[in-house]
Design a binder for this molecule. Structure first.
Ligand code: PEP
Ligand code: MG
Length: 580
């Protein structure tokens, strides 16, 4: 039996059989090829190039509806590369000279070329490395016969063991069959973690090398509560964990008993507890967990479903479905937040040197008016079906807010001209997740109807710590005094002009943070639906004055270590919050 320690990403216990999914991390074999087999290798290469060409053509066709010719030019350049006689000749020449299999020849040629371009003075040449990588990877996938195994096709219950998971894989996997997730990469607020919590799949991430230690079919236990994975456990351990699993389920059922009760402090302050969702089907679990509405619908995940189309009608249907399901409860739908760590095959295939600081969210939307306007039209039309609030992500300052508001005004005007109905008074708010927005939140508050603090990104940018990088996960600290001060500033600035201050980052669902956020004056907490009952329990057992007193003490403290140990102590003793 091996015990591995990682990051607890989604609670619960999974016991099952390991399914290794290595799709995102190819290893390229290298072996000698005899002279008489050269022709066969070259034929394999040409066949793979033909398939890659066809794949790009199809991709281009699918994208034509939503992208301009300019934007699709990169696909043309990929096609040109595949037709380039010099590229083909280089591979053939290298194969004759080095006598290795063609996938290795291609892989080493790609590495050589990328190293050369990377060192070039000319930035245009340096930028071509991503294209070369992309094209070569496509051909390699065909040579390695790496048909993308689809996690949607799983027919048996498994514990997924993987290096990393693209959001598109996570969203389309057969959730009924994936009982647990153990992953090399990722941190607590990476997208796999967020989705695992939403889908209530116990997950441990940041395990570094579990894909090298586990084999297909191994028995495996994922302890999402303690951030531990047990590989090939003995019978005694497995039995013990079955009991832990039962206890955990009983606790969940007990907490659900709070569903019908309001999240009200002992001295009568009513707090809104809302749910974050990624896919429309999650609306079922909202009522089951007693949510007051949806505080964040991450609309980008809609575009990731297999076969999902980007057209206005499809979006309109999905948004209307969610709005209708919630009746008169508020539903905050966030406009497309792609880029950063959300690389989306088919929609967003841009390769950047620094994607976290790159062309993402509203920056992408403002540059893609067709995509943005289509979404805003669908949202406005869907507003007739419920209580819609629109939210813009990654606003960094007033200029960006003015720009997106102008696009929204134009779309409204166009609908009016066409006589298409929509609600006139839809609240329009913004996420505060960039430090510059937090610091200028007094200015932004005058132009917004509500704020929602996105701590996942706000912490990442404030402490300069990549939220998905397990090596530096120890620095990712919600209780860093720098983060707490920014949160306080945002809430105070919202209240100064009578706005409601919400939070939809993962911190809002962290039971350890509940009391601090309450004391700072947060009005609305939005989290994975399954986290609501525990936060509600804490809120109902405390008064505002107690929470404010705790905040007073915490804000005097100088380090996150000091705050962490103080808060853990209070939450464990006073509120019986389980701290691991
Ligand atoms: C956040 O950044 O806190 C947030 C809620 O947005 P996302 O996790 O989708 O980046
Ligand atoms: Mg964010």
């Amino acid at each position: 039996m091996d015990e591995l320690v990682g990051i607890s990403a989604a609670p619960g216990i999974a016991i099952g059989t390991a399914f290794l999914y290595l799709d995102t991390n190819p290893t390229v074999p290298r072996y000698n090829v005899a002279k008489q087999d050269f022709k066969r290798e070259i034929a394999r290469f040409h066949e793979a190039v033909d398939k890659a060409r066809e794949e790009i053509r199809q991709l281009k066709e699918r994208q034509n509806a939503t992208h301009s010719a300019d934007q699709l030019q990169f696909l043309d350049s990929h096609l040109l590369m595949l037709d380039d006689r010099e590229f083909i000749d280089t591979i053939e020449r290298k194969l004759y000279a080095e006598e290795f299999n063609v996938e290795w020849i291609l892989f080493s040629a790609m590495r050589g070329l990328i190293a050369k371009l990377d060192a070039a003075e000319d930035s245009y040449l340096r930028e071509r490395t991503a294209d070369i990588h992309d094209v070569a990877r496509r051909v390699l996938n065909h040579l390695l016969a790496r048909e993308r195994i689809s996690l949607a096709d799983l027919t048996e219950e498994v514990v997924l063991v993987t290096h990393d998971l693209l959001p598109s894989d996570a969203i389309s996997m057969n959730k009924r069959m994936v009982k647990g997730i153990a992953m090399d990469a990722g941190g607590r607020t990476s997208h796999t973690a967020i989705l695992a919590r939403s889908f209530e799949i116990p997950a441990v991430l940041g395990l570094s090398n579990i894909t090298r230690q586990a084999s297909f079919g191994d028995r495996i236990i994922v302890d999402g509560n303690r951030g531990k994975v047990l590989l090939r456990p003995n019978q005694k351990t497995e039995k013990r964990y079955l009991l832990v699993q039962q206890e955990w389920r009983k606790r969940e059922v007990r907490l659900m008993g709070l569903n019908e009760l309001a999240a009200e402090t002992r001295d009568g302050k009513l707090i809104m507890l809302k749910a974050n969702i990624e896919v429309p089907e999650e609306v079922d679990s909202i009522a089951a967990h007693g949510a007051d509405g949806i505080g964040l619908y991450r609309s980008e995940f809609l575009f990731l479903r297999d076969g999902a189309s980007l057209d206005e009608e499809e979006q309109y249907k999905a948004y209307s479905y969610v709005l209708e399901a919630l009746g008169d409860k508020p539903v905050t739908i966030r406009t497309l937040d792609v880029g950063g760590d959300k690389f989306m095959p088919g929609l967003y295939e841009v390769s950047e040197r620094n994607p976290i600081l790159g062309w993402r969210a509203v920056r992408f939307c403002l540059a893609q008016p067709k995509v943005f306007e289509t979404q805003l039209r669908a949202l406005l039309r869907a507003s007739m079906h419920g209580n819609l609030r629109i939210m813009f992500p990654m606003i960094s300052g007033i200029e960006e807010l003015n720009l997106v508001s102008a696009v929204l005004d134009d779309v409204r005007a166009a609908l009016r001209r066409e006589g298409v109905p929509f609600r006139e008074n839809i609240p329009v708010g913004i996420m505060i997740e960039v430090p510059s927005a937090a610091v200028t939140s007094d200015i932004l508050a005058k132009k917004s109807d509500f704020f929602s603090i996105g701590t996942n990104d706000l912490i990442q940018y404030t402490i300069a710590v990549d939220r998905g990088n397990e090596r530096i996960a120890y620095l990712y600290e919600p209780f860093h005094p720098g983060v707490l001060r920014l949160i306080k500033m945002v809430i105070d600035n919202a209240h100064a002009v009578g706005l409601s201050a919400g939070m939809c980052g993962e911190m809002a669902g962290d039971p350890l943070a509940a009391l601090i956020l309450l004391g700072l004056g947060l009005d609305e907490f939005s989290m994975s639906a399954s986290g609501i009952p525990e936060v509600k329990r804490i809120i109902r057992s405390v008064s505002m004055s107690e929470a404010e007193e705790l905040v007073g003490t915490v804000l005097e403290m100088k380090s996150f270590e000091e705050i962490d140990s103080f808060v853990q102590d209070v939450m464990e003793k006073r509120f019986d919050v389980q701290v691991y």
